[in-house]
Design a protein around this ligand. Sequence first.
Ligand SMILES: [Zn+2]
Length: 147
Amino acid sequence: MKTRNWITPLLLLAVVLLGFNMYGAYQKQTAVRPVPCLDPEVFLEQHQHATLQIVVDGVLEAIPTDIGVTAACQSALHTHDGSGTLHVEAQDVYPYSLGDFFRVWGKPIERSDYTLTVFVDAVQYRKAPAEIIFKDKQQIIFSYLHI
Ligand SMILES: [Zn+2]
């Protein structure tokens, strides 16, 4: 019966490790929710426009046209022109964020060797910019300054 003495703590350890792994997988799943492609057959639950201006050392940087638009997929978050208008045209009521947009764009929000100051509707936003939830007519300014 001596063998049982070490089996129990080992089993406990296994259960704890498994639990940890599952929690990690769950966190990953909830943290990164893919932005869906639009289905032309389905009506929109939300259609909002926000503007994003990126200023680097005082110089306005162009926002590319057709971010989130490919032949195969029109993402719920996209641009049509270089004006900085971000279109949120979604078939669900999910609260899309600026972090979602940058993920569609494939760019990081932070730039190395730059500080970033963010303004939302002319008020400085002091939390993580990725968490800004899009609202209609929202004006977002990113000001990067070289360190
Ligand atoms: Zn639109």
